[in-house]
Design a binder for this molecule. Structure first.
Ligand code: 13P
Length: 248
């Protein structure tokens, strides 16, 4: 039985005051939550959030990390720094990193292997563009992204990996993949994992859906047999829209 895992990706949102208020509310209201919950605030609020979630059942995530160790890399944040702040998980390969900041498969793989080697858990985002879906290439795109992101990742390390299927055309657009569309890609991604590792690894890996998941549609999405949770953007910024999804 796979655990349901709901993660909030705050992206470049919130301020200090809003962060404190939201995290305090999440801590109080989710203390008996049976599912796994993570929040990923912007880097500048990680230390603050780390102190607020310490000793609670809420995991602390970062939205990115550097592909290199500490050194002369202006503007970057290393996995060592994240660990120093109590970060447990890092989101990698998000489509906003791929398409806004030009992150390629190779760079994402470098980040994945570095984060895992340092003992962080990772959420690897995959997902096709609308144009790729329209020409029937959604599965192939996701397969390529998985093959590449997981290069050099051992089966043991894979237990620290979560996959997030985030169709790019559904992110922040209000357009959600239908539960059937999501199920189809999730099931395909699981087959890819079985091919790369084995059936046990495929059965155990958690695959989240992301892309306009909200209080209205989460139940139907989570009801799909291969949808094991959500990676939530907009709806993770308010307690009243995030908590119901966390409780799944
Ligand atoms: P939205 O939920 O705002 O569509 O964002 C999804 C996402 O990109 C989470 O990483």
């Amino acid at each position: 039985m796979r655990t349901t895992y709901v993660a909030g990706n705050w992206k470049m949102n919130m301020d200090r005051e809003g962060t404190v208020a939201l995290v305090k509310e999440l801590v109080a209201q989710l203390k008996n939550c049976k599912n796994k919950v993570m929040i990923a605030p912007p880097f500048v609020y990680l230390d603050l959030v780390s102190q607020l979630v310490k000793g609670t059942n809420i995991l602390l995530g970062a939205q990115n990390c550097a592909a290199t160790d500490n050194g002369a890399h202006t503007g970057e944040i290393s996995v060592a720094m994240l660990k120093d702040l109590g970060v447990q998980v890092v989101i990698l390969g998000h489509s906003e990193r791929r398409y806004e900041f030009g992150e390629c498969d190779e760079l994402i793989n470098m980040k994945v292997t570095r984060a895992l080697a340092a003992g962080l858990d990772v959420i690897i985002c995959i997902g096709e563009l609308l144009a790729q879906r329209e020409v029937g290439r959604a599965e192939k795109v996701c397969e390529r992204q998985l093959n590449s992101a997981l290069m050099g990742v051992s089966k043991e390390q894979l237990s620290h990996v979560t996959i997030a299927y985030e169709p790019v055309w559904a992110i922040g657009t209000g357009k959600t993949a239908t539960p059937e569309d999501a199920q189809q890609i999730h099931s395909y991604a699981r087959k890819v994992i079985a091919k790369m590792y084995d059936q046990e690894a495929a059965d155990n890996i958690i695959i989240q859906y992301g892309g306009s998941m909200n209080v209205k549609n989460y139940k139907e999405l989570l009801a799909q047999s291969d949808v094991d949770g959500g990676l939530i953007g907009g709806a993770s910024l308010k307690a009243e829209t995030f908590i119901p999804i966390c409780n799944g």
